[in-house]
Design a protein around this ligand. Sequence first.
Ligand code: AMP
Length: 191
Amino acid sequence: MSATNIVLLGAPGAGKGTQAARLMETLAIPHISTGDMLRAAVAAGTPVGLKAKAVMDAGQLVSDEIVIGIAGERLAESDAQKGFILDGFPRTLAQAKALNELLESMGSGLDCCLALTVDTEAVVERLLKRAEIEGRADDNEETIRERMRVYEAQTAPLLDYYGGQSLLREVSGMGGVDEVFKALLGTLESS
Ligand code: AMP
């Protein structure tokens, strides 16, 4: 399998985190989630966390400058040199362009953008269920709808961006976890 620098794209609740964790195990490359990194920063009360908290709780996007900074630092670590699965980054065109430039400057590049496609209403239900289980502050119905709007307006354009670079591979995220995982692996193997 050659494709190891992977961006996993999809609406909130499409199952990116679950699938990324499984891909990490199978491919033995790190799973890099800017959402997890930001939540850790909030929990630790760092300057980044203090800036990000209210924005995250409202379901909006943390500034490009902050996320490009934390993603860039993480991608420069040694374990990310053999490959990575980016989950939740990039989320804007500016972030996608910054990622391209960063990888280029490291003599590297993206191999594949895996996009999990889902039906929005089903996803809202999935998120509401997860909110009950995990008690995430950004998982009430109003915030979930806002995150969907933000995804459509700011992140969905990345599908065209990566499509234009012939890196886009779309996989349905509507099946069970095992079924979706198998489809993702099959797509990676053939890309
Ligand atoms: P996630 O766990 O990926 O759904 O991220 C949770 C929240 O963290 C998002 O709703 C945003 O507020 C923030 N966040 C995570 N990644 C990014 C990103 N790449 N750009 C901007 N905000 C982000």
